[in-house]
Write a protein that binds this ligand. Sequence first.
Ligand SMILES: [Zn+2]
Length: 109
Amino acid sequence: MDKNREFAKLAGICWHEWVDNLGHDGGIICKHCWKNPDEVSNPDFTDAREVLKVMELRRDWVGFLNFIHGGKLWNGELHASVVPLWLVKNTTGKLRDLAIEWLEKEEGK
Ligand SMILES: [Zn+2]
């Protein structure tokens, strides 16, 4: 599976797949959420910022932060917005891949 799509699935957000909007305006809509491409698009999660927008809304955000710090955060609240700079600057999907790894681990609990 495409890794961007895999991340969306694990994070519980829609990975939009376009189909003909039969019987309506002749445009296309997402077959899952019925939104159209003017409203939504699939982010490029190789960009760490796009991953952060999704992950920071999660209730277990601090757990993820702790994970990307190698489990060494001693005070989640104090470090609640600390993301290593090298990960923020990375555009090859490193943070996405870490998020996939962590979400799979959390799912298995
Ligand atoms: Zn959708």
